[in-house]
Design a protein around this ligand. Structure first.
Ligand code: FPP
Ligand code: MG
Length: 343
C-alpha cells in the first residue's frame, strides 16, 4: 500500500521509538532518546512521505526512509550543538550541555549507526522482493558527505566579517538543503520516479531547503527566544554570520568592524540590522527561492504532490510574513510604511 501525502507520521514515530528502545534508560544515550521523543516538526519525514506517495512506494520503504532522514537530521543537530556549544535544543537542555561533549558526540554517532543500518535494510528488502534497488544507503552516505562539507564551509567562514552571500548560500545548501533533497529524491525514487522527475524534485527541495535555512536565520535575529526554544543572536555569538548579518555588514563598515572584534554588543548590532533593512532583504532572498521551488513543483506535473509542495512553500511564506510583521511592530513608527508588505 502506498502512503498518502497527508498520512500521519505516527508510523515514523513508532519506528524511531522501536529503534531506540534498547537505549532507553541508558544514561549516556538518554539525551538523544529525549531529543527524538520531543519530535520536532518532522518536516523532512513529511517530505519523504509526500514524494513517496506520488509513486507506488511500498509503505515500509517510505516510512523507513522517513525514519532515516529524521534520525540523520537529529544526529546532525546533536553534533552541531557540540560545535556551536549550544545550551538548548527544542526548548530542552542540549545533549552536550547535559552530559558533556564526549557523550553528546557518542549519542550522535549512535543515531548515525542506526541510520546506516536502516538505510541498508531498505535496499536489501527491495532486492529480495525484486523491486528496483535505488541505492538508498549510498544516497544517504553521499548526503552525509555533503552535510559535513556544508558545515565545514560554515566553520571556515567563522568570525569572518567579510563572509559573502555566495559563501553563505553554498554553506546552507550543504548543511541544510542537502537533507531536504535526500528526502524528496529518495521518496520519489522509492516510488519509481523517472530521471526528469527526480531532477525537479531535487531542484524543488534544494531551493526550499535554502529558503528554510534563511527563515531560520532571520528568526535567530527577530524571534522571541522562548517561542523558538533557543537564545536569539546565538549565531553571531558563535561567529556564524548569517544572511541578515552579512547584508548589514556589506552596507555598514561600522558593523564590519564590530564583527571583526570578538565582543559584539547585540543591541547595537540589532539596531544596525534594523537600519540596513537586512531582514526585509533576507526575506526577499527566501521568497525568491520559494518561487524557484514552486517552478520546479509545477514541472513535476503531479496534482497531489504539487499541492503538497505549494502547501510547504506557503507555510514557510507565512512564517516569513509573521517574522517580518513582528519585526515591523518593533520598528520606530516612521519606518512602518516602508517595511509593510515586503513579503
Ligand atoms: C543546524 O544549523 C545544523 C545543521 C543544519 C547541520 C549540521 C551539520 C553537521 C554538524 C555535520 C554533521 C554531519 C553528520 C553526517 C552527522 P544551525 O546551527 O544554523 O541551526 P540551529 O540554530 O538550530 O543550531
Ligand atoms: Mg547550531
Amino acid at each position: 500500500m502506498a502512503p498518502s501525502a497527508g498520512q500521519p507520521l505516527s508510523a515514523v514515530d513508532r519506528e524511531i521509538a522501536s529503534l531506540l528502545a534498547a537505549y532507553r534508560g541508558h544514561q549516556l544515550f538518554q539525551s538523544v532518546v529525549t531529543l527524538m521523543d520531543s519530535g520536532g516538526k518532522r518536516r523532512r519525514a513529511e517530505m519523504v512521505l509526500a514524494f513517496a506517495a506520488a509513486g507506488e512506494a511500498p509503505l515500509d520503504d517510505a516510512v523507513g526512509a522517513a525514519v532515516v532522514v529524521e534520525m540523520l537530521h537529529a544526529a546532525t543537530l546533536v553534533h552541531d550543538d557540540v560545535i556551536d556549544c549550544a545550551g538548548s535544543r527544542r526548548g530542552q537542555t542540549s545533549a552536550n550541555a547535559r552530559l558533556g561533549n564526549s557523550a553528546a558526540v557518542l549519542g550522535g554517532d549512535l543515531l548515525l549507526a542506526l541510520v546506516s543500518a536502516r538505510a541498508a535494510r531498505i535496499d536489501s528488502a527491495r532486492q529480495k522482493q525484486g523491486d528496483e534497488v535505488v541505492g538508498f544507503a549510498l544516497k544517504v552516505a553521499q548526503a552525509m558527505q555533503r552535510l559535513v562539507e556544508g558545515e565545514a564551509l560554515e566553520l571556515q567562514s567563522a568570525f569572518d566579517p567579510g563572509r559573502s552571500v555566495g559563501q553563505y548560500l553554498a554553506a546552507i545548501e550543504g548543511k541544510t538543503a542537502t537533507l531536504f533533497a535526500l528526502a524528496a529524491v529518495a521518496g520519489l525514487e522509492l516510488g519509481g520516479g523517472d530521471a526528469a522527475a527526480t531532477r525537479y524534485a531535487n531542484g524543488f527541495a534544494l531551493a526550499y531547503g535554502k529558503a528554510f535555512q534563511i527563515t531560520d536565520d532571520i528568526l535567530d535575529v527577530v524571534a522571541d527566544p522562548v517561542a523558538i526554544g533557543k537564545p536569539t543572536l546565538n549565531d553571531v555569538r558563535e561567529g556564524v554570520f548569517t544572511l541578515p548579518i552579512i547584508l548589514t555588514a556589506m552596507k555598514d563598515p561600522a558593523t564590519r568592524r564590530v564583527l571583526g572584534g570578538r565582543l559584539v554588543d547585540t543591541d547595537v548590532l540589532r539596531e544596525a540590522v534594523r537600519h540596513s533593512r537586512a531582514i526585509e532583504e533576507s526575506a526577499r532572498y527566501a521568497d525568491d527561492l520559494l518561487g524557484r521551488a514552486e517552478r520546479f513543483a509545477d514541472r513535476l506535473r503531479h496534482g497531489e504532490l504539487g499541492a503538497w509542495c505549494y502547501g510547504a512553500t506557503g507555510q514557510l511564506r507565512c512564517q516569513l510574513s509573521e517574522s517580518i510583521e513582528s519585526w515591523r511592530r518593533s520598528q520606530p513608527s516612521s519606518q512602518n510604511d516602508v517595511v509593510r508588505g515586503i513579503v
